[in-house]
Design a protein around this ligand. Structure first.
Ligand code: GSH
Length: 229
């Protein structure tokens, strides 16, 4: 089925994603913080090669936001779409609002780390490829490099954010990343006490409490269970 044949929701907004996904959780938290209601639709099988399984996303990625006027792809785009629908009730700060260059790099590294974890989990856990392959070794090194940099610069970056003036996507994404690294162990988190402290404190927000990663068994690489990410 192609993207154009996906049925649009007749009412409101539908978030196509997975409760186990850090990208999906970013959207769920932003929607909750902004008070924008979204229906949830789950993508069951991440091995599916049919874009209909991913809300019509031709890139076979999630999340996707289905709106009465079409589909929105990409987590940050979806968050921007939610802000527009919230009618400006609450200010939100996205990548383009970060004026400090170190904060811009920090956001880039958070997105990179989220994608690297997807790459690693999809390759080694979902597809059962060997984790000592050079491709995954480099992927992991890049993930660890990003985390080390974020650990070293976190306080300086946070101090550049407009504290208390709105919702910051940097904080939401960093929180979802760190909790997801605990949920789907990929690299040990002990080396990043500043990041884990941040996630612990940020996680007290009601929107974070209402969108937890589900407690489900961690899959063995050879498991025949539906893959997860
Ligand atoms: N650039 C995309 C990345 C989304 C992404 O990587 N999503 C993961 C789920 S956490 C996914 O679709 N994984 C399936 C796959 O990579 O095949 C975004 O910002 O939404």
């Amino acid at each position: 089925m192609d993207a154009m044949t996906i049925a649009e929701p007749r009412h409101g907004l539908t978030l196509v994603g997975r409760r186990t996904s850090h990208f999906t959780r970013v959207v769920a938290i932003v929607a909750d913080e902004l008070g924008v209601e979204v229906e949830r639709r789950s993508v069951r099988d991440l091995a599916s090669q049919d874009c209909a399984s991913y809300g019509g996303n031709p890139a076979l990625k999630l999340p996707v936001l289905l709106t009465p006027t079409g589909a929105v792809y990409g987590t940050e785009n979806i968050c921007r779409a939610l802000v527009r629908r919230a009618g400006g009730a609450r200010k939100a700060f996205f990548t383009e609002d970060l004026t400090d260059e170190r904060a811009q790099s920090a956001q880039e590294l958070v997105w990179h780390a989220m994608s690297a974890q997807v790459q690693w989990v999809m390759g080694t856990r979902v597809c059962g490829l060997p984790s000592d392959n050079e491709y995954f070794v480099k992927c992991r090194l890049g993930l660890e490099g990003a985390l080390k940099w974020l650990e070293a610069h976190l306080d300086a970056v946070l101090s550049t954010l407009p504290a208390g003036q709105g919702l910051s996507l940097f904080e939401v994404t960093l929180f979802c990343l760190i909790e997801h690294l605990a949920f789907r162990p990929t690299v040990p988190l002990e080396a990043y006490p500043g990041l884990t402290r941040f996630a612990h404190l940020y996680g007290e927000r009601p929107a974070c409490q209402r969108t937890p990663y589900p407690s489900e068994p961690i899959l063995a690489p050879t498991s025949k269970e539906p893959p997860t990410c």
